[in-house]
Design a protein around this ligand. Structure first.
Ligand SMILES: Nc1ncnc2c1ncn2[C@@H]1O[C@H](COP(=O)(O)OP(=O)(O)OP(=O)(O)O)[C@@H](O)[C@H]1O
Length: 229
């Protein structure tokens, strides 16, 4: 589903590469954690998958296609196949839960009828079935992150990328968020999650890919966090 073929990325003006010779394949339906200290290259990896960046060397494949040289007019279609969730939620303030989740569908031209069935289904999936009418500003952090996840998956993307989704949440709330991500993964969505949350990684026992200074140093099935933060 995601394949890096000898990928290096060097930012202009930086002395060292942010990623070096990364070769890696994440299969359809997998759940993979991306771990590593701050600056190890996790966000760069994610931005390459989203085609926010192009590799300096090598190729990135998503769903079999090489996206490294995708023409820019094809990029929106790629991004519709990849849901994204971030540490800081990035919701639309002043809108309801329903409004936030429906928004992406409205702007990409789904019919009102489709939206009326897809939004409640997704709110149910993330445990917010009874909160559709609430303003997102009035929700707890954990609830806001559930809204962000619902928005990311409502159009049933093939891939969900989560960059530190539990970074702003307390441990108990984080466990709830991980249950939601696990449920989404079990429905067939490939999940890639960058995290510094060692407790979560150790509890979930999923694949762990570790970066150190841009090098892939570990790729372990049913892995643990494996280093001191
Ligand atoms: N836009 C940029 N321009 C120049 N250098 C950058 C840019 N973005 C990242 N870098 C550098 O690339 C390296 C990898 O950064 P990256 O953001 O991918 O790390 P990270 O593992 O995501 O860190 P964090 O855990 O703090 O989010 C770092 O040395 C960083 O300073």
């Amino acid at each position: 589903m995601i394949r890096f073929d000898n990928v290096s990325k060097k930012y202009p003006g930086q002395p060292r590469a942010a990623l070096r010779n990364i070769t890696l394949e994440i299969d359809r339906g997998e759940f993979a954690f991306l771990v590593g200290r701050s600056g190890s290259g996790k966000s760069t990896f994610i931005r390459l998958v989203l085609r926010e960046l192009r590799p300096t060397r090598g190729s990135v494949f998503v769903d079999g296609g090489d996206i490294s040289n995708l023409p820019s007019w094809r990029v929106p279609k790629l991004r519709r196949q990849i849901g994204t969730v971030f540490q800081d939620f990035r919701l639309l303030p002043g809108k309801t839960v329903w409004g936030n989740v429906a928004f992406a569908l409205q702007v990409t031209g789904y019919s009102r009828r489709d939206i009326r069935s897809m939004v409640p289904e997704t709110l149910e999936l993330v445990g917010l079935a009874d909160k559709g009418d609430r303003l997102v500003d009035e929700l707890s952090g954990g609830e806001q992150q559930r809204v962000a996840i619902a928005r990311a998956v409502v159009n049933r993307p093939m891939i969900l990328i989560a960059d530190e989704p539990t970074g702003n949440l307390d441990p108990a709330t984080s466990v709830g968020i991980m249950k939601v991500l696990d449920r989404i993964n079990r429905q067939g969505t490939t999940v890639v999650m960058a995290t510094h949350d060692s407790t979560i990684v150790d509890q979930m026992r999923k694949r762990v890919v570790e970066l150190v200074n841009g090098d892939l140093v570990r790729d372990q099935g049913k892995g643990t966090y494996g280093y001191q933060a």
